[in-house]
Design a protein around this ligand. Structure first.
Ligand code: CAP
Ligand code: MG
Length: 424
């Protein structure tokens, strides 16, 4: 055995029940066959290199990746990776960075490949059993918020950055009193000169108590701790010490290792993780190159996020195909061995006039985030929040928005302004 590329294809190979299976879209460079391109992907992402080798330890034949399926027309390739290739069972935590350095590493840069997209990963029980998954999951978060059936609602104060901590707490009061459950920091609001993290935490916690007394509803905040990892842990502890139940993390920009670290630390802090995915579209959006949001979804649930932005199935302002969002929702909510279920978060360009469309497609076991759709309401924030809850009630009561608007001025005005228009 010399590890030439042809040794990485075996179309008669039947993956073992402990193999990890990666599904790729492979567009070979001109002059390269798809078999050759696929073999190079399998080689470079497991044990091989660009040339034959003189000495190869015998175990390599056991642990090398194998191409076992090629759909030439669709350019879809399936590669089986023996589980021994991955660091799962050592005295360290299971190693997601190393897993990605293999199945999503060098291969994207190979000259023999014109386009490569990691579409999906199949992770067997032998792999999944090493991971914690969400600490709370859908049922645990529903218990925290005392919201049994309906979608949980969140609102990001807009402008997304610019309020002082005091102003932020004041607008939080308005959205909470109007009926929104969670006040959410935006992805780029962290610890800024005019809105210090600690001030925001203390003011929000004080304000939510006031609202809870007034409404009898649970209220909370998704406070963004995105930062260097040690700093994230300090900020998370500050939230926990002051009675907060959630943190928000921009999981792509902080990175997979940081997400794993904080998830383990949160076991003691009892903090649920709201995962924002800012920057994902840099590599998920291109159909011919990158890593799918489905792969990001499976890894995020595995590591243990309680909520994950999932797209709005083409209804909101962000590009998100219905088929893909439904697959993401399944990957978040389907039974997966011991791993708890994660809340899909529908967000981006939503307003009361299109919330029923979202629930029709994604169901009600979701979190809906409505930022501009609340802060842009003609009668102000509180009315915007009331209109969101009225639109959800209409869907749950199976009545039209127009009918519901007869008893909700706030909903009526929202429909006047936005109708059922899907934002660009
Ligand atoms: C939405 C949002 C979210 C996007 C992220 C924004 O605000 O706060 O970050 O939803 O996209 O900054 O655009 P609006 P995704 O409600 O005002 O649109 O959920 O697809 O990750
Ligand atoms: Mg945002």
């Amino acid at each position: 055995m010399s590890l030439k590329y042809s040794e990485f294809i075996d179309l008669n190979y039947v993956p073992s029940k402990t193999d990890i299976i990666a599904t790729f879209y492979v567009k070979p460079a001109p002059g390269i066959s798809i078999e050759d391109a696929a073999a190079r992907v399998a080689s470079e992402s497991s044990v091989g290199t660009w040339t034959e080798l003189r000495f190869v330890p015998s175990r390599v034949n056991r642990i090398k990746a194998r191409v076992f399926e090629i759909d030439k027309e669709k350019r879809i390739v399936k590669i089986a990776y023996p589980i021994e290739l991955f660091e799962l069972d050592s005295d360290a935590p299971p190693n997601i960075p190393q897993f990605l350095s293999s199945v999503a590493g060098n291969i994207f840069g190979m000259k023999a490949i014109e386009g490569l997209k990691l579409l999906d990963i199949h992770l067997p029980k032998e792999f999944v059993k090493h991971f914690p998954g969400p600490q709370f999951g859908i049922s645990g978060v529903r218990k925290i918020m005392k919201v049994e059936k309906r979608p949980i609602t969140a609102t990001v104060p807009k402008p997304k950055v610019g309020f002082s901590a005091e102003e932020f707490a004041k607008v939080a009061y308005e959205l909470w009193i109007g009926g929104i459950d969670l006040c959410k920091d935006d992805e780029n609001l962290t610890n800024l000169s005019f809105n210090k993290f600690k001030d925001r935490v203390l003011l929000l916690m004080k304000m939510r108590e006031k609202v809870e007394e007034g409404t009898g509803e649970r209220k909370s905040a998704l406070i963004n701790i995105t930062a260097e990892t040690r700093e994230m842990l300090k900020r998370a502890k500050f939230i926990a010490d002051n009675g907060g139940e959630f943190v928000m993390i921009d999981i792509i920009t902080v990175g997979w290792a940081a997400l794993q670290t904080v998830r383990y630390e949160f076991e003691d802090l009892k903090l649920a993780i709201h995962a924002h995915r800012a920057m994902h579209a840099a590599f998920t959006r291109n159909r011919e190159h990158g890593i799918s949001m489905l792969v990001v979804t499976k890894l995020s649930r595995l590591i243990g996020v309680d909520h994950l932005h999932s797209g709005t199935a083409g209804i909101g302002k962000m590009e998100s195909e219905e088929k893909e969002v439904l697959a993401i929702c399944d990957a978040l909510r389907n039974k997966w061995f011991h791993i708890k279920r994660t809340f899909p978060v529908a967000s981006g360009g939503l307003h009361p006039g299109i919330l029923p469309n979202v629930m029709k497609i994604m169901g009600t076991d979701i979190i809906v985030q409505v930022g501009g759709g609340v802060f842009g309401h003609p009668s102000g924030i509180r009315a915007g929040a009331e209109a969101v809850r009225a639109a959800i009630d209409a869907f749950l009561e199976n009545v039209s928005l127009e009918e519901k608007a007869r008893e909700s001025k706030a909903l009526f005005e929202a429909l006047q302004k936005w109708g059922a228009k899907k934002p660009l």
